[in-house]
Design a protein around this ligand. Structure first.
Ligand code: NAD
Length: 367
């Protein structure tokens, strides 16, 4: 792959910033241009050496790009399309990182009917936003969905798919419709549910705010994504409206079904529904799927006292075991050990298990 590739970003936040940082790491001599509304991310990225030039408007910096990435909120991305027409050549791949694909495909076919557009959506991210939270490994081993438009030639799809692989992500080609239905179910409706759970507690809590005070690990875990950027989610909900409506209906039916089992005190049915769901949930893979090296984890109970982590680190290092990562699990309802230790290989992980057990630590592996 050509290392002297020229790429441009419109929007240098969490996702644009992470893709740009990954390109800088994997294609060091790439010429990377970025447009952003605010100056801070551009200044930071220039001083990090991540981008070569920053701008606040579409200008000649956008000439002769191999790839242009749209990385602002989904509806905002669409507003940039007409401004790009004079800078696109038949060889420029236009792509986006938006969480909804149907609308951007429609907009491209209306506003830039000849553009070789390949929609993109890295299935990685977080509830945090902005360049300051971006990283050069956000997409490692993450699925990266590609939705090629009708003008994208086979060789461009192959080039772009190889490019995504070169960033350490796993390309997966879907139609825009498939993408929007799938992400509606696994991401968009879950965000609505997270927002609604937090609202339910806000509405149900008394003046003393005991619910808010006590809400801990479990509740915080399932509502973490309710901390996401409101502008981004307002735009996603409107762009994927039809899928979100039908999947929300499906969810309401499921909730009603569970409610009626509780109402009817049907303990047998409740147990069997919970058991089936638990079984299905545990079949979700937790190991990375892609080319980046796996890590091997164990969890262990430690007493919360000064030097507890240092003691474990010393025990392992005197046995010549390298630790990839070590840290406290910040979730007080986590029942499988308060310390997480990651290793580079399976053998180190299993030796560490044995050694720590011999030192009377309670150990849990990550499976
Ligand atoms: P973000 O808020 O971190 O970044 C957006 C950037 O765009 C910011 O730097 C902002 O200043 C800039 N911006 C916004 N409006 C602009 C405008 N009118 N002109 C110029 N710059 C503007 O958001 P993000 O999380 O990076 O999301 C970007 C895109 O990626 C969205 O389309 C989102 O759907 C998609 N996405 C997000 C995630 C996630 O978890 N956050 C995951 C995958 C895809």
């Amino acid at each position: 792959m050509n290392n002297n590739i020229k790429v441009a970003f419109i929007g240098l936040g969490l996702i644009g910033g992470s893709i740009a940082k990954t390109i800088r790491k994997t294609h060091p001599s790439a010429n990377i241009i970025a447009l952003n509304r605010s100056s801070a991310p551009l200044e930071e990225a220039l001083s990090d050496g991540v981008i070569n030039a920053g701008t606040h408007e579409i200008d000649d910096n956008f000439k002769d790009c191999d790839i242009i990435f749209l990385c602002t909120p989904v509806e905002t991305n669409t507003r940039f399309l007409p401004l790009l027409s004079e800078y696109l050549t038949p060889d420029t791949i236009l792509t986006d990182a938006g969480s909804v694909k149907g609308e951007i495909h429609d907009a491209v076919s209306r506003l830039l009917p000849d553009a070789p557009f390949i929609g993109g959506h890295p299935m990685a991210g977080s509830e945090k936003s902005g360049y300051a939270n971006s990283s050069d490994h956000l997409m490692e081993n993450a699925y990266y969905i590609l939705t090629p438009g009708p003008n994208a030639k086979d060789k461009q799809i192959k080039f772009y798919s190889d490019f995504v692989s070169s960033l350490g992500a796993i390309p997966m080609i879907l139609s825009p419709e498939e993408h929007d239905y799938i992400t509606g179910a696994i991401s968009h409706v879950p965000h609505l549910i997270a927002y609604s759970l937090v609202k339910m507690v806000k509405d149900a809590d008394g003046e003393d705010e005991h619910m808010k005070m006590i809400a801990a690990g479990g509740f915080k875990d399932i509502t973490r994504i309710a901390g996401s950027d409101p502008t981004m989610w307002e735009q996603i909900c409107l762009e994927n409206r039809d899928n979100i409506l039908s999947i929300t209906d499906l969810y309401i039916d499921t909730l009603k079904e569970l409610k009626s089992l509780v109402e009817n005190r049907d303990s047998k049915a409740l147990y069997s529904v919970f058991r089936d769901i638990k079984e299905y949930r545990s079949s979700f893979s937790t190991q990375p799927k892609g080319p980046i090296k796996k890590q091997f984890d164990l969890y262990c109970d430690i007493i919360d006292e000064a030097g507890a982590i240092a003691t474990i680190a010393t025990i392992l290092s005197t046995s010549d075991i390298s630790i990839k990562n070590i840290g406290i699990v910040h979730n007080r309802t986590f029942e499988e050990g308060a310390l997480h230790i990651a290793f580079y290989d399976e053998e180190s992980c299993s030796r560490a298990c044995d050694i720590l057990k011999r030192h009377n630590y309670k150990i849990y592996d990550s499976k």
